[in-house]
Design a protein around this ligand. Structure first.
Ligand SMILES: [Zn+2]
Length: 59
């Protein structure tokens, strides 16, 4: 199962810590959103995302 960072919401398929935030990843997340272009993405802006990737909607 994929893990998400509780801080930035980014989803990882492996690892135990978020390389960006340095916090432990959690299994307790729901919803998945792909941010392709953070600068143009409305949801990306709302979530404060500035890196493209897969993010959890709720962590
Ligand atoms: Zn993070």
């Amino acid at each position: 199962m994929d893990l998400a960072c509780p801080k930035c919401g980014r989803i990882y398929t492996e690892g135990e810590k978020c390389p960006n935030c340095g916090v432990a990843l959690t299994r307790d997340w729901s919803g998945k959103v792909a941010v392709i272009d953070p600068e143009k993405s409305k949801i990306g802006k709302e979530m404060g995302i500035n890196l493209k990737g897969i993010y959890a909607l709720k962590v």
